[in-house]
Structures are given as C-alpha cells and as structure tokens.
Design a protein around this ligand. Structure first.
Ligand code: PBG
Length: 333
C-alpha cells in the first residue's frame, strides 16, 4: 500500500488535532438537527403529559401537546416526528382492529399535526402490536404469528395512516412481503407520494423493553418476537432483508437497534448506498439516562458521541428520543 503520510518524526497525526478549528476543518462526520427523527408517544385526553418511568425525560402527550411538540421540532430544525400510540386496554383485541380505525389516536394526531405544522414530516409505524391484545406485531392463531393474514391487516392499517396524512410509513413488523403489499396498496389508492421507510433489519432485542412500557404493550406480550424479528447473530441476513425491502418498493431503510448493530448500519450503507437510518431505541436511551442520573456519564457528551457514531458509520439520520435535547445542544454550540 502507498504510504498516506510521511513516517514519524516528519509525519505527526497530532498536527490535525491541535486546536478546535483544525479539528472542525478535518472532521469527517457531522451531526445536525436535520439528521434527527423524534419519536413521541401519544395518549388520549387534553393538555396532559405523563412521564414514562423507564424513559426519563420522555412523556406520553395528549394530541394538543403533540402539536406543540411538532411546533418545537419545526423551531429546532428537526424534520420529522415518529408517532406511537399508548392504546387503552379496551381498544385492544386479537384482531387489532383499532389499527385501521381512521379515528384512532395516531390518525387523529397526524391530522392535527399536519393541519398545524405542515412543514414537519410525520412518520407512522405499521405494526399491530399497540392494538393487539396478544402484544405481537402480527395476528396470532394457536400461538403462531401468522404472516399472510397479518399482511391483510397491515394493508388496511397503512392505508388509514396514509389517508390521515402520514408522510412516511414505517413497517416495523418484520412480516415477509409487507413492503410489496403496502407499496401496491398506496399505488392503487392514488397515494404515490407516501414514502416507505422499512424497518428492514430489525432484531429481536431486549433493548425495546422501555418502549413496550411506553406504549403499554409489554404486559400483553406472550412469548417473544424471535419468529419474525432477526437473530442478533446475523449480518448477511440483514443485507438480504434490505435487498428484499428495496426490491418491494421501500424508499429508505432502517437498522434497529442502533449502537449494538453499528456494523450492520455500515454494511447496509456500503452495499446499497440508499438512505439508511438507525433507531437508537428506548433501551439505548435509557442506558445513557440511567448512567447520567447516577453521575457515571456526562449525559450530553454521551448523547453526542452515540449520535455521531451513527453518522460516522454511514447513516443518513437517526431516530432518537434525544432529538430535542440534541437539537438544542447543537444550536447552542
Ligand atoms: C413496534 C415497535 C417497537 C419499537 C418500535 N416499533 C417494539 C417492538 O418491536 O417490540 C421499539 C422502539 C424502541 O425501543 O425505542 N413494532
């Protein structure tokens, strides 16, 4: 290999680290509010915010408060919100029918946000778990998570969300064939501009624990999600999943969780060169918050270092509960 630098003592890599300005000048990655997608939890009621015990600093917001969060996103330069519903037990059943009710919580929240702050994007998850009394992302029969029957439900769900004004549909269920079904349904229903961000490589992870508290699906879940979410041992399989989702019509892809799967993020971006996102999931956020609360880590530096890692790995953006805090910190620099 041709040497890239003179050997020591003429070559001295520390020259490029001597001062803040030269470090900025040669920095390879950058983080801006425009790289962030802010996940928020929505609940029924008015003018209320309820803390989520396992996610310090994160609250379940009533729709009016969610609109205010969207206004905050706009003022901070955060391009997009991801909305997740906290569903009351009474609205859950084994068919997850609330998922495609055009008056469900996320559809109403989407309409309210798009009416008040149209310049902020709205992303909605397509998966049955918030509405399914079995807590699974798919329909369950005799203990088995059914693939093709679930696709029928996901199609109705995605159409209801797109008709409510969602800009991005993000299928997070890991059923086979779901991207193709949604893309065809959007096309046939004259919704060609709705973007699909596929949770293409989504692993069966313990790091989703706090999220399941936040949406109230953890208690309901029977068993685990290993028959549809990916095995943490696999990377080649992630590349196959991404290839399938792109071939079926996804515009963008996601790897989830984030930091423990940074090798997957890097491999996906290098192989496909498509818009690639990572989800810094609830458990990753909770780890940093817990350590910071104990005085064991500097919260803001741990936040920044974890987020810049995604950009360095090649991600175009990150879904993170830190979004507003990170955007404020970046603005204050
Ligand atoms: C629903 C969904 C989950 C997350 C996003 N969408 C949980 C799961 O699959 O069990 C997790 C997000 C997080 O942990 O922050 N399918």
């Amino acid at each position: 290999m041709t040497p890239l630098a003179a050997p020591f003592p003429l070559g001295r890599p520390r020259r490029l680290r001597r001062t803040p300005w030269i470090r900025d000048l040669v920095a390879e990655a950058s983080l801006a509010p425009a790289d962030l997608i802010w996940p928020i939890f929505v609940r029924e009621g008015t003018d209320a915010a309820e803390p989520v015990a396992s996610l310090p600093g994160v609250e379940r917001l009533t729709i009016d408060r969610a609109v205010r969060a969207a206004e905050e996103a706009a003022s901070l330069g955060i391009p997009c919100l991801a909305l997740f519903p906290y569903t009351e037990a009474a609205d859950k059943n084994p068919q997850a029918t609330e998922a495609w009710n055009p008056e469900n919580l996320v559809c109403r929240a989407t309409r309210a946000i798009k009416a008040a702050v149209p310049e902020v994007g709205v992303l909605l998850d397509v998966a049955l778990d918030p509405y399914n009394s079995d807590g699974h992302d798919g329909l369950v029969r005799d203990g088995e998570v059914l693939n093709d029957e679930t696709l029928v439900a996901l199609e109705k769900m995605g159409l209801a969300q797109a008709e409510a004004g969602a800009d991005i549909l993000a299928p997070s269920d890991m059923m086979d064939g779901r991207i193709g079904v949604l893309r065809a349904a959007l096309h046939e229903n004259d919704l060609p501009d709705v973007t699909i961000l596929a949770y293409a490589a989504k692993y069966a992870s313990c790091f989703y624990g706090p999220f399941r508290d936040a949406v109230g699906s953890g208690g309901a879940l029977k068993g685990d999600k290993k028959t549809y979410q990916m095995d943490p041992r696999n990377r080649d399989e992630a590349l196959r999943e991404v290839a399938i989702d792109l071939a079926e019509g996804a515009d963008m892809v996601m790897v989830k969780p984030g930091l423990p799967y940074l090798d997957v993020c890097a491999a996906v971006k290098a192989r496909f060169g498509v818009p690639t996102f990572a989800y810094q999931v609830s458990g990753e956020y909770a780890m940093i918050e817990a350590a910071a609360a104990n005085g064991w880590l500097d919260r803001d530096r741990a936040m920044w270092e974890s987020l810049i890692a995604f950009k360095r790995a090649g991600c175009d953006g990150v879904l993170t509960y830190f979004a507003p805090r990170a955007a404020r910190a970046l603005a204050a620099r």
